[in-house]
Design a protein around this ligand. Structure first.
Ligand code: LLP
Length: 436
């Protein structure tokens, strides 16, 4: 599943002891495994090989340039949702024709940048956006591929409400019944090649079934559009595959592919192109957050471990009530977890509330979590932190965003240094009369 394993009572990422990473780079630090990342991309691509899809990694998941560059060398394109992400993708060397751009609120400047790069596809999410894009494209004088993001009105499966996007009334996409009208409007527009349909149901979708339902609707729509004389040559099925935050809790890529490939195969056999936008399933288990216990204290009847990583570094527990497995890097008594599950209780384990240093009552990484006895100074690995970890980190409480380390074999290298105090104020203009 991934390359974070215990060896001789100590947690390693590939061949690197995480104790050494903490000693060299400090904590909190995100640590990524290159081989896990590469294997996940390769396995996913292999599972869907029959469709020969363009796999556009969702940059929002984990956007460090070094990771993007590794994924690009494994054949990935990029799914971006802002000019900033487009800048990252281009900077990392991802070819423009392998970049797709979604997002409900793209600015004119962002559309101009995308068109200037002539990216693979711009996914419009409203009639008004299409109008603005049409002007930008006409001005460019070059053909630009465009898709409509469709809201298929399909529920996910065990998908949190906060990360559901494909149901009626959501801000994302265009209602199915309005898409034909958009294609009709686009038909006469110069250089604007509206030839694609995009869906993204939400994240994570714990079953292939919602994809099958949504894609069946999209294919029916494609047939309708073709009958009306339009071309549909691209279907983008979005992202949303689940990651195993707990051992065995997510379907594998083969499970998704088994159900989805037969649905899309006729489209591909007829010359159509398929795009996928996976993020979490590739990156989540390719990264951990390494944190150190600062203090242990008693609060009423609870034992609280105050660690140096908080909601500012990894917001998912506080924001979504998300579960992240965690375990000491060198557990007391050498107790190594047999599986990463919520209900793990091993002999001698103690229930801890694991809290961060931030001045917010919601700043917990876990509550009532059974862990081996902790001592102040212990290192803890928070698993499944490679997706929506660092990219959602903030400087709240004027805290410094963590360092990032990429491990390859027996070496780890710093791919982002920790913020400094200077970084915190770098964008703020000098105070009147000050020398800065
Ligand atoms: N494509 C589009 C258009 C998306 O909006 C997303 C995610 C993806 C692809 C990638 O989905 P994935 O394969 O990673 O599930 N911050 C939340 C997740 C928000 C997802 C936003 N969109 C979390 O931490 O759970």
């Amino acid at each position: 599943m991934d390359s974070f394993t215990y060896d001789n009572g100590s947690l390693r990422c590939e061949g690197v002891d995480l104790h050494d990473v903490a000693a060299e780079y400090g904590t909190p630090t995100y640590v990524y495994s290159r081989s896990t990342l590469a294997t996940h991309l390769a396995d996913l691509t292999a599972a869907f090989a029959d469709l020969d899809p363009l796999v556009c990694y969702a940059v929002k998941t984990c956007s460090n340039l070094h990771l993007l560059s590794e994924l690009a060398s494994g054949g990935a394109g990029a799914d971006v949702v802002s000019g900033g992400e487009l800048h990252r993708a281009i900077t990392a060397g991802i070819p423009a024709e392998r970049i797709v751009f979604a997002g409900v609120g793209k600015s004119q400047a962002e559309l101009e940048e995308a068109v200037a790069h002539n990216i693979g596809c711009i996914n419009v999410e409203s009639e008004s956006e299409l109008e603005l894009l049409a002007r930008v494209v006409a001005e460019s004088g070059r053909p630009q591929n465009v898709a409509v993001r469709v809201n298929p009105d399909v529920e996910g499966h065990n998908t949190p409400e906060k990360t559901t996007t494909g149901t009626r009334g959501s801000k994302f996409g265009v209602d199915l019944e309005r898409v034909a009208d958009i294609f009709a409007r686009a038909a006469g527009l110069p250089h604007l090649r509206l030839t694609g349909l995009h869906v993204h149901l939400g994240s994570p979708i714990h079953s292939p079934e919602p994809y099958v339902r949504a894609l069946t609707r999209v294919l029916a729509l494609a047939a309708e559009l073709r009958a009306a004389g339009h071309t549909v040559e691209l279907i983008n099925m979005g992202g949303g595959f689940a990651a195993a935050y707990e051992t065995g809790s997510a379907p594998g890529w083969k499970d998704y592919a088994e159900a989805i490939v037969p649905v899309l195969r006729p489209f591909v056999e007829a010359g159509g192109r398929v795009v996928m936008e996976p993020g979490r399933s590739i990156a989540a288990n390719a990264g951990i957050l390494l944190t150190r216990v600062r203090y242990l204290k008693q609060a009423g009847d609870r034992t609280v471990a105050i660690v140096d990583a908080g909601m500012n570094n990894l917001i998912r527990a506080a924001f979504y009530d998300a579960f992240h497995f965690m375990w000491p890097v060198r557990p007391a008594g050498g107790v190594v977890p047999p599986a990463r599950t919520e209900s793990l209780s091993l002999d001698g384990s103690v229930p801890y509330d694991v809290a961060g240093p931030i001045c917010e009552s919601s700043d917990y990484l876990a509550r009532d979590r059974a862990l081996p006895v902790l001592r102040e100074g212990d290192l803890i690995a928070v698993f499944g932190a490679g997706a929506y970890g660092m990219t959602m980190a903030s400087q709240y409480n004027s805290s410094l965003r963590p360092a990032e380390v990429l491990v390859e074999g027996s070496a780890g290298r710093l791919i982002r240094r920790r913020d400094t105090y200077e970084d915190l104020v770098a964008a703020e203009l000098g105070l009147p009369g000050s020398r800065i």
